[in-house]
Design a protein around this ligand. Structure first.
Ligand SMILES: *[C@@H]1O[C@H](CO)[C@@H](O)[C@H](O)[C@H]1NC(C)=O
Length: 227
């Protein structure tokens, strides 16, 4: 379903004298505020904001959405990082969690025992984040310890590393263990450039976790003073 706020926003944008700005709002170029993700045959029409041929498929079966297919997985192939001291050689490429591949392309985000396991991705610009899906490994490293995926925190922040608390999308501080693929919705108007996953101190071995893929659904926040 389309985000109602987004529909309202598009209506507002299109009541403005766009051509006076001299900037591309919707289009195929990376410089447009919203890069369209039309399917191969479809043209993105900057004036009509349409993808007549429909939207392109994203990785893992996700489809781009929105009037010009500009709502989708913002984390795909962006730059990810580990935080805290690495524990050992188990810790692998943080970008494995944004490469569009599930197992075995995962990243172990473990740290030394004195810090919480934390991972983050830089979306590259300010984004409005709608929801986040985490793919944990079905069989976690370290002998199938499912407890590595409870007691966690997911935040959207404007700083790297997260020096502000940011917007908390979920604080899962219970013992119950979520399914290996888990989606959470962020609060309305969640805006930020960085998305962080971290374990909480109450959890089992809070310095450990493994992420296979982190899908961040949202769209680029535009810069003009029209929001
Ligand atoms: C995430 O948000 C998008 C856009 O609003 C929506 O289409 C999609 O169904 C949501 N995903 C889940 C799993 O809730």
């Amino acid at each position: 379903m389309l985000d109602l706020k987004f529909v309202v926003w598009v209506a507002v944008v299109y009541s403005l004298p766009l051509h006076c700005t001299g900037r591309c709002l919707f289009g195929n170029s990376d410089y447009c505020f919203f890069k369209c993700h039309c399917d191969q045959s479809g043209q993105c029409n900057d004036e009509e904001v349409t993808c007549p041929g429909g939207c392109a498929s994203d990785i893992l079966g996700y489809k781009w959405m929105g009037p010009a297919c500009q709502i989708g997985n913002l984390a795909f192939k962006k730059t990810a990082k580990h935080y805290g001291n690495s524990q050992d050689i188990l810790r692998d490429d943080p970008n494995n969690a944004v490469d569009g591949l599930l197992e075995p392309s995962c990243t172990d985000i473990s740290t030394f025992k004195d810090t919480l396991a934390q991972w983050g991705v830089d979306l590259g610009y300010q984004c409005r984040v709608l929801n986040i899906t985490i793919h944990f490994p079905k069989v976690p490293k370290g002998g199938g310890i499912e407890k590595y995926r409870n007691h966690f925190l997911i935040r959207v922040s404007n700083t790297d590393p997260a020096s502000d608390p940011g917007v908390v999308c979920i604080k899962a501080n219970s013992d119950s263990i979520p399914p290996p693929t888990y989606t959470i919705s962020c609060p309305d108007n969640t805006i930020g450039r960085y998305v962080y996953f971290s374990r909480l101190s109450e959890g089992y071995e809070p310095h450990r976790a493994t992420l296979c893929e982190v899908i961040v659904i949202g769209y680029k926040k535009i810069g003009m003073n029209i929001e």
